[in-house]
Ligand binder design. Sequence first.
Ligand SMILES: Cc1cc2nc3c(=O)[nH]c(=O)nc-3n(C[C@H](O)[C@H](O)[C@H](O)COP(=O)(O)O)c2cc1C
Length: 508
Amino acid sequence: MAPSEKTPSAAGDLRQFLNELQDEGDLLVIKEEVDPAMELAAITRRVYETEEKAPLFENIKGRQGDGLFRVLGAPVGLSRVPDQRLGRIAKSLGLPSTASGQDIIKKINGAKSLKYLAPVEVDIGPVKEFKLFGDDIDLEALPTPLLHQHDGGKFLETFGMHIVQTPDGSWTNWSITRNMVHDKRHLVGPIIPKQDIGQIYQMWKDKGEDMPWALCFGVPPAAIMVGGMPIPKGVDEAGFIGALIGKPVEVVKCETNGIRVPANAEIVFEGTVSLTETGPEGPMMEYHGHVWPGQAKQCPLFKVNAITYRADPILPICITGRATEESHTVWALMIAAEVLTICQSAGLPVKMVWCPFESHAIWYVIQVDRAKLVSLKTNMADFCTKLGHIVFGSKPGWYMGKVFVVGEDVDPTSLRDLIWAESTRCEPGTSEFLFDEYGNIPLIPYVGHGVKPERNHKKVVKCCMLPSEFVDEELAWKVGSFRGSYPTDVQALVERKWENYGFGPVRD
Ligand SMILES: Cc1cc2nc3c(=O)[nH]c(=O)nc-3n(C[C@H](O)[C@H](O)[C@H](O)COP(=O)(O)O)c2cc1C
């Protein structure tokens, strides 16, 4: 059936996203009762690790009827549907499920040159179907899953979007950051000063008022992708999301403050973030697959004054840990797209940037445009030094540990290609350029738990290109592979007769 004018897009509407996943065989509705005390999380973890269908848990022990809430696991996990491993990422951005990594980065960055479409306010939306206020709210009674056995509490917020606004209303930030249940009326979570939510929190501190806040679950899939993207300070995520979807996001006003939230969100918590009250938070299993059990840290309390939600609401969650979960498919991938823009805006000859999921948001592969590179008449040391300063000195640079520079014969989205290029072309010491003038996110295990440096922890640019690639237009070598070692007519013959020889279909 052709989508009608009225059919919302999957990128703009979670329920449509789920309908399409179901049609494609990439969603599993689980009606059997599951225990939120780890069974639910363990299922979801296994789903990430086997690239299985996204589980939608409808029958969670302790859930009140069809109220708060159903849970969607692995909303942007990888897929085992043939030819659509990146399908959930692609669909979240309005692309066909068969899109490649290159298509995905192109789509994100293509929207940057479109007109940003500010959200439009509507009077009513599905998220206003049910409302709870004040003492009717009991966060401890919700069937919040315990995500990992060594977590310091139950994390309700792992894949929802916080919305905060500067005191003068000139800048609204939509972003993802975790929150744990603290008591009946409070969540607790870190606010990192370097992040935009931290900058805005500081403005409220300077004013001496608690920060009005909303936390929205089940927002348009494109919105949650952008919520995990380090876009430049002062830019409203909402306008960019409108450009990405091709239509402004519809928003409704909160019940208890002036924040506007997506009208088709599943659940919205609204309230204030305290300037003075804190509570113990964490630890929580991190995006790099390690947790150091033990001490909690004091973090600000988020007071919930109202909850609004739609019928049979859905709470999307991310079970952090070893790849591949949403820290990798959303955060790292959106960082990669942003780094491509930063390189290109600085005039660097860069074609593509990617984060191999297996690197847990720490490695970034930067592919050069060789014709442009050669025309610059530069060399490896000058180029990599310049690139390192530009990339590591940028807003996303703080999260990035290691950069790999590759040529055009290496597909940056292929770990096999990257390992081949690094092992064969990157000479220890000679092709590696170290930087210690830029900080690192302390969550990286070798930063927070490694050898203490004399100055700062280092970052590295590893050049996986040979010196001749900076000078010669033509590559001087030929590649030993099916594609590289045989004429095209022989390749075509073998492909045509492949199954006649008795082989099965080729898998990548
Ligand atoms: C699934 C997921 C979970 C995340 N959790 C956190 C978190 O707990 N704390 C945090 O500081 N950033 C977290 N992030 C990263 C931020 O959302 C990201 O850095 C974002 O760009 C910050 O927003 P800003 O551009 O407004 O500073 C997470 C991202 C994703 C995709």
